[in-house]
Write a new protein. Structure first.
Length: 202
């Protein structure tokens, strides 16, 4: 029995048109050279619901079942990407993100169910509250305060008015392989949200 470990997380895939809107936004922000910024590959961006870290390959089916049980009461729901922000603030930028709006109560409830269902498998609940966002860039540790502030100013001045709606129909268990070229993502499990709306029960 092999104890092969893989780095894994649970996420919602974004449709191609959302990814291309994120790519356009990145290209606009990159027009001003930012030496201390690491950009996320826009075609690899997804909405992470739970980062699992290293898991044994043998755990995949249990994790998938736990996610399936979490999603069984949900029918597809709609989200939209909107707005641009940073953590922790514009003067000390560490992470640049695009916001997620739409049916956030459904999204948060789904995320909480997933968290709860994974506790028995040894995955601790997140201590921080879940803030749905899409990470566009991370500022490197070596960035000077001036660089961080200048980058923060650029973000604050950038309008991102594009809104793209999309329907969430499934949740994926993803594998992340870290290479020198960046992370490569691969779907290793998927759960459909298929509770019928016509049953009359909410």
């Amino acid at each position: 029995m092999s104890m092969e470990q893989i780095r894994s997380f649970i996420a919602i895939e974004l449709p191609a048109e959302v990814k291309s809107a994120l790519a356009d936004l990145q290209a606009r922000l990159q027009m001003e050279k930012q030496p201390a910024v690491k950009w996320v590959d826009p075609y690899g961006i997804h909405l992470t619901l739970k980062f699992l870290g290293n898991i044994a390959v043998s755990q995949i089916s249990d994790i998938t079942s736990a996610v399936e049980a979490a999603g069984q009461d949900f029918s597809p729901f709609t989200l939209e990407i909107k707005g641009l922000g940073v953590f922790p603030n514009f003067k000390r930028v560490r992470v640049v993100w695009v916001g997620v709006e739409g049916d956030i109560p459904q999204l948060k409830l789904l995320q909480q169910r997933i968290e709860a269902n994974l506790v028995p498998f040894g995955f601790a609940r997140e201590s921080r509250p879940f803030t749905p966002h899409l990470t566009l860039a991370r500022v490197k540790e070596k960035a000077s305060p001036t660089e961080q502030q200048r980058f923060g100013q650029l973000i604050a001045d950038t309008r991102f008015e594009v809104t793209r709606n999309f329907t969430v129909r499934s949740i994926n268990l993803m594998r992340s392989q870290l290479t020198t070229e960046g992370a490569i993502y691969q779907q290793i499990g998927s759960v459909s949200l298929k509770k019928s709306l016509s049953k009359g029960s909410d």
